[in-house]
Design a protein around this ligand. Sequence first.
Ligand SMILES: [Cu+2]
Length: 236
Amino acid sequence: MISRYLESASTYSGDIDQLILIILLVVGFWFLLAEAIFLGLIFKFSAKEGVKAMYISGEDPREKRWVSLPHYATLLFDVLIIFVALRVWSEVKMTMPQADETVRVIAQQWAWTFVHPGPDGKLDTADDIRMVDELHVEQGKVYHFELTSRDVLHSFSVPVFRLKQDAVPGRIIKGWFKPTLTGAYDIQCTEICGIGHSLMPARIVIADADAHAAWVKANAPTAALTPPPGPAGGMP
Ligand SMILES: [Cu+2]
C-alpha cells in the first residue's frame, strides 16, 4: 500500500512497509474509537440547566473498568507490535547477509562522499571510485555499507530502500541493502546537522549488471587501469 506512494526498491522495504501499516491500523483504530467515545461523553454529560455535577471517585469496580480494560488492551497490542517489529529488526539490522560488494559512505557538513570499489571489486585499492553526492550500485547485489561522519551527527537515508542509519563521528557503522529496482532515487540526510542540512541531498543510481560494469569502467581512475610502463630500452 505504501509502495503506491513511494517505490519499494530493496529486499526488506516490503517488510518495513508492512510493519508501519500494522502499527497504523492498530494505533489508528483505537485512536479513532477512543476519540469517538470521548466526544460522545462530552456531549452526553455537558452542563445542563438544573442538573448538578456528580463527583466520581473511580473506586467502584464498575468505574475502574473504564481504566483497567483499555490498559490491558494497550499492553496486549504493544506486545503484538513488539513481536512483529522484533522480527523485522532482526532481519534488517541484526543479520548481515554475505556481501557481494562493500561501499563506504562518508557524511560531512554538507555533502556525501561515496567510495565504490573499482573493477577489482575491492575497497582501499588504487582503482577505488570516489564520488560526491552520487552512489552507484548494481541491481540484485548485496551491498554492505560502512558509514561514518567527518564532523557532526548525520543520518543516511534512502527512502526507497526504507533504510535510515545515523552516522556518528569516530564510529564506522555497518549495514546492508540489496536493490531490487533500477533507476535513480533520492538519498537524504535525516539528522539536522547544521545550517546547510537541507542542502545535503544526494542520488543513488541503481543499474543492471551491464550498465553498472560500464559505469565502473568509465569512472575508475585511469592511472589504476593503465599497466605500469615496462623498463625503457627493451631487451639487451
Ligand atoms: Cu547531514
